[in-house]
Design a protein around this ligand. Structure first.
Ligand SMILES: [Zn+2]
Ligand SMILES: [Zn+2]
Length: 248
């Protein structure tokens, strides 16, 4: 990524700090957003992971996580990939990213995404990056949307345009936590609206912060496919680990 003059001065006055311990980073540490000591504490997703949704798998003989195997890989997105494992350290980082205004973490996440998945992305060649939208009321309260920050950063590293306000969340949904699978899907049904014919025949990279059960990205992917998108693939900052399931 090329640095512009604003970024130069921002770095001068607010030098990049380690996302874990807050130490000022050396030149070589900057690209990871982590100091040398903290880097091993953050788990980057590496194989084996679910070939469908990208969840970390504990067993290398597996191809799919339990959720994807159960649904017979029947999702509205082609495949998804996560950058970091959503564990203790990453939970703290994500908390600061979402609630403590550490928006610049998005650049570190995107650079790591590039290191892991540039081959995958160049094979798919998405036309457009779209973030999973937050409900407007929530966004006003917090002032920014973390998925939008990540989408913008990905757009810079992968050189793929980012679409603004193409997907809107037309109603606030109940928190997904604690709902059963069917209730989750019902909760999200028709919650998203796609503007005009802006995704018609386009390959979409859908971006979100954390992937857990996949119901949200799948609901958005369904809306995108209904609106004529040729293909939807997903990328998230964090992903959990899938339960064990052996290849048949
Ligand atoms: Zn550190
Ligand atoms: Zn999966």
């Amino acid at each position: 990524m090329k640095k512009d003059i604003t970024e130069f001065f921002t770095e001068l006055f607010y030098p990049p700090r380690c996302m874990v311990c807050g130490e000022v980073l050396s030149q070589s540490e900057k690209r990871y957003g982590l100091c040398t000591r903290c880097r091993p504490r953050v788990s980057v997703i590496r194989e084996p992971f679910c070939m469908k949704c990208g969840k970390k798998l504990l067993d290398s003989t597996l191809e799919y996580c339990e959720d994807c195997a159960k649904s017979d890989h029947g999702r509205f997105f082609l495949a998804g990939r996560g950058v970091y494992l959503y564990d203790g350290v990453m939970r703290e980082i994500m908390y600061r990213f979402k609630y403590k205004n550490r928006r610049y973490y998005a650049d570190c996440f995107a650079r790591q995404a590039y290191r892991l998945y540039h081959k995958w992305i160049s094979d798919i060649r998405p036309d457009l990056i779209l973030p999973v939208p937050m409900f407007r009321g929530k966004m006003k309260k917090r002032g920014y949307d973390q998925a939008v920050c990540f989408a913008k950063a990905l757009s810079k590293v992968f050189l793929i345009p980012e679409g603004k306000d193409i997907i809107t969340r037309v109603r606030n949904t109940l928190p997904q936590k604690g709902l059963s699978g069917a209730a989750r899907r019902l909760n999200l049904k028709n919650a998203f609206h796609i503007r005009g014919n802006l995704v018609q025949s386009k390959k979409i990279l859908l971006v979100d912060d954390i992937y857990t059960t996949g119901t949200t990205v799948d609901a958005v992917a369904e809306a995108l496919r209904d609106a004529g998108a040729a293909l939807v693939c997903c990328m998230y900052i964090c992903v959990g680990s899938g339960k064990r399931r052996r290849k048949k």
